[in-house]
Design a protein around this ligand. Structure first.
Ligand code: ATP
Length: 266
């Protein structure tokens, strides 16, 4: 596989002097352009730490991350991040929240009208055209998350990084947003790394699922290919044997081979 994004021998130890805690060891992963990869694992295994290293927000103690062969050593607009709790600026409208990012990335290369159209286009992609003049406080949590995704997509990042993007949503909103993202992925084929705790979400959306062992000193335990064609439809997959098989593989990894340390007590 040609590696667009390459995570090579990544390890990180927090508090190296006072009380060294190895959070991640020997993480190796190659991701092709246009791949949608989910990372799943029990709480505290280091998923966010790994995503933050790819984002350039944390520096690994060992190894490195390479995007198109360039070492990642700082955050940048080529790696847009969507967090669980939408991070919109409350004093800007929905439109202006996206437009700000568009201006930042394309201020020097695209004209005013083009940036306006591009902002509207991305809000339309996530189904938010009807609310462009509203402020974040006037829209629901699911809508705020849609705007966050529109903002990230509008930056045309090389890699879209999502840390439990639907984790704070109720089941119905979560399903709606997953469907929207599935649709977008079918057309745009972004390179995506998404952290999730939700096995169904991982199988629905991903080309591959990366399963992490428990921490401390967590690493990649297994990587599962999801050989389901796109466009995927939630209802069609409900009785699909490949879907059921993939789901079972992830569940067995998480709850038979790598049970959380507190599972027996619970
Ligand atoms: N800045 C830090 N300093 C010290 N330890 C940290 C720091 N950030 C994370 N850790 C530790 O590293 C480990 C991995 O944390 P991380 O947040 O990456 O896990 P996670 O898999 O994303 O967890 P969750 O699923 O609960 O969000 C945990 O033991 C955590 O306490």
């Amino acid at each position: 596989m040609s590696a667009y994004l390459s995570i090579e021998g990544v390890g990180i130890t927090f508090n190296p002097r006072k009380s060294p805690t190895p959070a991640l060891v020997g993480v190796d992963l190659k991701i092709a352009k246009g791949e949608f990869v989910s990372i799943i694992g029990h709480s505290g295994c280091g998923k966010s730490t790994l995503l933050n290293i790819v984002a350039g927000l944390l520096k690994p103690t060992l190894g490195g991350v390479f995007l198109e062969r360039q070492l990642v050593d700082a955050p940048g607009p080529d790696r847009a991040v969507v967090f669980q709790n939408h991070s919109l600026l409350p004093w800007l409208t929905v439109y202006d929240n996206v437009r700000l990012a568009v201006n930042k990335v394309f201020g020097k290369t695209r004209g005013e009208a083009e940036r306006h159209e591009w902002t509207l286009h991305n809000l339309n992609l996530v189904g938010m055209s009807h609310a462009i003049a509203k402020y974040p406080s006037e829209v629901s949590g699911g809508m705020k998350q849609r705007v966050g995704i529109a903002r990230a997509l509008a930056m045309e990042p090389k890699v879209l990084l999502m840390d439990e993007p639907f984790g704070a949503l109720d089941a119905l909103n979560r399903a709606r947003l997953q469907d929207a993202l599935m649709g977008i992925q079918t057309t745009l084929r972004n390179t995506v790394i998404m952290i999730t705790h939700d096995v169904d979400e991982a199988v629905l959306l991903s080309d591959r699922i990366v399963m992490m062992t428990n921490g401390p000193a967590a690493t990649i335990g297994e990587v599962l290919d999801i050989p389901l064609d796109r466009a995927r439809k939630r209802l069609d997959l409900a009785d699909d044997t490949t879907y059921a098989h993939c789901r079972g593989e992830v569940l067995r990894f998480l709850y038979a081979r790598h049970r959380p340390a507190d599972a027996d007590a619970a």
